[in-house]
Structure formats: structure tokens, C-alpha cells
Design a protein around this ligand. Structure first.
Ligand code: PLP
Length: 394
């Protein structure tokens, strides 16, 4: 007898797993694989953060904390919002969670009833649809068209809204595309959300990783009405290279935050105490390492981008943030004799020994995602291998 609940029967494992597992297997067999699948910065957590975490443990700070997080940490997060976005949040409008992913999970659990729709622009981060479904919600996709830098328009948004629409997800800078919405674009989308009364879930986890003249703007900072209509999701995973510490947070409407806190009190109790102390140091201490990492990513982006688009059949809008390239490689797949990009990705892994993530998992099967959270040396070698691979098959 199948013991599993209906809820998880349709749950699919992260699409990035299959290729990563295969890459690992090939590596274990002694093949020299270059992995461009990483979703995390390749730097260590800055030393002053490690020191603060160790000091807190040695001082005996190893017990439960309030479910919404340590008051000192909440204060630091509120100050961060004031400093970076100019938004005032009270302590009751902030919840610290076990990573941004868990903040999102908890949010969907408390806002969705069965059948409620959440609008998800494609290409999307793989966990959004699964989290919505786990809360009995229904993902509704709108195409962020490549010719519009993968961004959705207010017309598309308005056209997708029904009586069942509860929220729309905005992820800027975006994983997987690296695109950012401008202030004007956010105002136009926000206008539609306010008119129709739908919530905005603004995933700002890549806020600190923006390049060139591009600027991160939060939709919540654009007016008091938009602040009230938006739940911001953010954290220190990508900004401070703290993916394993599992600290993220949500900020927004008091009632929603209170419900999320209640749910957390029965599920996780609180985010790990030591990690919370580390995050206090991350926000109260120097931001110099954050900027150093950003500069390193930007250097890689600029060097690798030109080489990437020089590969026959590759086209790519230049990323403005995050640490991914999201080229369209349909033509390269065809030139190399493959029917589709999924097969091309397999060929790249088996013959060029480069692991990339197929776009099918992000809702756009003609693209691939390459992470530049790896050394310049590895990136240059990987791009060279891909170039040779395509040329050799033409
Ligand atoms: N949101 C996006 C768009 C992400 O890419 C990620 C991590 O890959 C997360 C949220 C989750 O971040 P965290 O590690 O804080 O859970």
C-alpha cells in the first residue's frame, strides 16, 4: 500500500539534481568535469562573522530564541531595510526564518487556501511552483519573454489575474536570468496589483549582487500602499556567502508575519541560534566583504560574457545581477545535431565534461543556466570546452 500523502505524490525533486548527480558520478569515475551548476557563492563566510558565531557559542548563547528571531537581529534587519531601501518596518513586521526558502514556504502556507492562484513569471526559480502546490495553491505562469529581457509586462499581469489570484512573485535580480526590474517597471506592475488587490511576493535574495549601472529597487519602497501590499523575502545566503547557515527573513504586513510566526512556533521553533548571532555580525559589521565578492562576480561576468556569446548558436541577454548566465542555446543544439536542449546538455556533460543546468526546469526549455560562482580559470576552461564541442559537431 502506498503510504504517501496525495500532497507529495506530485512533488518533483529539484530539476538541478539529476544533472548534478550525473556530474558527480562521472567525477567519481575520474573524469575531469567542470561544474557550472552551483547556486551559491564560492567564497568563505567572512571571518568576522565566523568569529562572532564562535564567541556567541562560547558565551553560552545556545538555547531557543523567540520564534520570530532574536530581537537584536530583528532590529539589525529593520535598520538594514531603512539603510538600503528607506523602508520603516517595526519589529512585528519582520520574521527571521531558516533561509529565504523557508520564509517563502511559510508565507505560502499562511496566505493560500485550496485553489488560490499565484502568478509565477517564467523563467522561475524551481521551488516557487512546488511550494505553492504544497500549500494547495495553483501556479499560474506568465512568460517573461526573452525579447523583453525575460520580464513580464503590466498587460500580461493584468491578463492573468482572476478572482482566485492571491499573489504574484517578483524575483529581481532574477535566478536564473540575472535581470532586474527598473523602478518604472515596478511602479507599473505595482499599480496593477493595487488595483486588483493582489499581494506581491518580492524575492530580493540577490539584492547585493548587481552590476554596471544597474540598481536594485524594491517594489515595497515605492509607496506606503505598495509597502503594505508586499512581502519582501531576503536573507544573507547570497550577499554574505552564508548559504549553509540557513538564515533568511520576511518583512511585511503584521497579520501575515504574525501568522507565519505562529506556524514557525509549531514547525521549526526558531532559526538556529548560532546562525542568528552570525547574522547580527553580518549586518552590524563591515560590508566590505560583500562589496569585494560583488566586484569579483562582476569581473567574471564581463570577461566570460563575450566568450560565451562567441560560441556558435549561443545568444544571451547580458545579466545585470545575481551570478548566472541564461543563454538561449537552441540553435547551438541544432547545429550540434541534437533535437533539443536537454539532449545537448547531456552531450555537454558526457563529451565536453561541462555540467550546466537545462532551462526546462525553469520553464524555458531553449535555455541553459551557467553559474559564474566558480573561479575565472574554471569558467574560461568551461567556455572553451563548450565552444570546441559545438564547433566539432557542426
Ligand atoms: N530565492 C531564490 C531566487 C534563490 O535562488 C534562492 C537560492 O538559491 C533562494 C530564494 C533561497 O535562499 P536561501 O538559501 O536563503 O534559502
Amino acid at each position: 500500500k502506498n503510504q504517501l500523502a496525495e500532497r507529495v505524490k506530485a512533488l518533483t525533486p529539484s530539476s538541478t539534481l539529476a544533472i548534478t548527480a550525473k556530474a558527480k558520478e562521472l567525477k567519481a569515475q575520474g573524469h575531469d568535469i567542470i561544474g557550472l551548476g552551483a547556486g551559491e557563492p564560492d567564497f568563505n563566510t567572512p571571518q568576522h562573522i565566523l568569529d562572532a558565531a564562535a564567541a556567541s557559542m562560547n558565551e553560552g548563547q545556545t538555547k531557543y530564541t523567540p520564534s520570530a528571531g532574536l530581537p537584536t537581529l530583528i532590529k539589525e534587519i529593520a535598520e538594514k531595510f531603512k539603510r538600503d531601501q528607506g523602508i520603516d518596518y517595526s519589529a512585528k513586521e519582520i520574521l527571521v526564518a531558516n533561509g529565504a526558502k523557508h520564509a517563502l514556504y511559510t508565507l505560502f502556507q499562511v496566505i493560500l487556501n485550496e485553489g488560490d492562484e499565484v502568478i509565477i513569471p517564467t523563467p522561475y526559480w524551481v521551488s516557487y511552483p512546488e511550494q505553492v502546490k504544497l500549500a494547495d495553491g495553483v501556479p499560474v505562469y506568465i512568460d517573461g519573454l526573452e525579447k523583453n529581457d525575460f520580464k513580464i509586462t503590466p498587460e500580461q499581469l493584468a491578463g492573468a489575474i482572476t478572482e482566485r489570484t492571491k499573489a504574484v512573485i517578483i524575483n529581481s535580480p532574477s535566478n536564473p536570468t540575472g535581470m532586474l526590474y527598473t523602478e518604472d517597471e515596478l511602479l507599473a506592475l505595482g499599480k496593477v496589483c493595487l488595483e486588483k488587490g493582489i499581494l506581491i511576493v518580492s524575492d530580493e535574495i540577490y539584492e547585493k549582487l548587481v552590476y554596471g549601472e544597474h540598481k536594485h529597487v524594491s517594489i515595497a519602497q515605492l509607496s506606503p500602499e505598495l509597502k503594505e501590499q508586499t512581502i519582501i523575502i531576503n536573507g544573507v545566503s547570497k550577499s554574505h556567502s552564508m548559504t549553509g547557515w540557513r538564515i533568511g527573513y520576511a518583512a511585511g504586513n503584521k497579520e501575515i508575519i504574525e501568522a507565519m510566526t505562529n506556524l514557525a512556533s509549531h514547525s521549526t521553533s526558531n532559526p538556529t541560534t548560532t546562525a542568528q548571532f552570525a547574522t547580527i555580525a553580518a549586518y552590524s559589521g563591515t560590508q566590505e566583504p560583500v562589496e569585494q565578492m560583488r566586484v569579483a562576480f562582476e569581473e567574471r561576468l564581463n570577461i566570460i560574457y563575450d566568450k560565451l556569446v562567441a560560441i556558435p548558436g549561443f545568444s544571451c541577454v547580458k545579466p545585470q545581477g545575481a551570478f548566472y548566465f541564461y543563454p538561449n542555446v537552441k540553435e547551438a543544439a541544432n547545429l550540434s545535431g541534437y533535437e533539443n536542449v536537454d539532449q545537448f546538455v547531456e552531450g555537454l556533460l558526457e563529451e565536453a565534461l561541462v555540467a550546466v543546468i537545462p532551462g526546462s526546469g525553469f520553464g524555458t526549455p531553449d535555455n541553459i543556466r551557467l553559474s559564474y560562482a566558480t573561479s575565472l580559470e574554471q569558467l574560461e576552461a568551461a567556455v572553451e570546452r563548450m565552444h570546441q564541442f559545438v564547433v566539432s559537431k557542426m
